[in-house]
Design a protein around this ligand. Structure first.
Ligand code: MN3
Length: 202
């Protein structure tokens, strides 16, 4: 099936009070994400991947690892990453559900320790990429970071939370201050109910 740009699950200005401006959302969703959709569709057309699911295209082209598949992988994975990212955020600072809090505490020692590890992963990703909270293949919660469009699907992991650390995600609102963007993301933007739902479905 062809890739389609999903609507944001909230208005473009809904996250502004939480530190992600309408201007960022207009550039990030309407232009950047849309470009991955448009370019992905052009590259997939007429290849063996046409008609395959987005997840199959991502894991299949990643496993193939060939330069010829790179363009398809990059655009497909970034389309998936952004579709998850919009859902993982929300307005009004949702509280962390108890079941999620206890799994995070078990895995990292405390919620604050998790947030520190997640922020360090995002700040430490050299160049563009993402940091993640995942359920690993052995069922444990882990913090990871990935370069460019690589995502947890590539490693058989389930993504619970991801943060885009490409400059286009923070430069309008935070300029070069990636650590401040990450701290704000964790304090004011994450929809913890969505993260908990992903954990219960994992
Ligand atoms: Mn992005």
């Amino acid at each position: 099936m062809a890739f389609e740009l999903p609507d944001l699950p909230y208005a473009h200005d809904a996250l502004a009070a939480g530190g992600m401006s309408k201007e960022t959302m207009e550039y990030h969703h309407d232009l950047h994400h849309n470009a991955y959709v448009t370019n992905g569709n052009k590259l997939v057309a007429g290849t063996e991947w046409e008609g395959k699911s987005l997840e199959d295209i991502i894991t299949g082209t990643y496993a193939a690892g060939s330069v010829a598949q790179n363009g398809i992988f990059n655009n497909a994975s970034q389309h998936w990453n952004h579709a998850q990212f919009w859902e993982m955020m929300g307005p009004n600072g949702r509280a962390m559900p108890g079941a999620l809090e206890s799994r995070i505490t078990d895995a990292f020692g405390s919620v604050d320790a998790f947030k520190s590890e997640f922020s360090a992963a995002g700040a430490g990703q050299f160049g563009s990429g993402w940091c993640w909270l995942v359920v690993d293949t052995d069922g444990t919660l882990k913090v990871t970071k990935t370069e460019n469009g690589v995502n947890p699907l590539c490693f058989g992991q389930t993504a619970l939370l991801g943060c885009d650390v490409w400059e286009h995600s923070y430069y309008i609102d935070f300029r070069n201050a990636r650590p401040k963007y990450l701290a704000n993301f964790l304090e004011n933007l994450v929809n913890w109910e969505n993260v908990a739902e992903r954990l219960s479905n994992a």
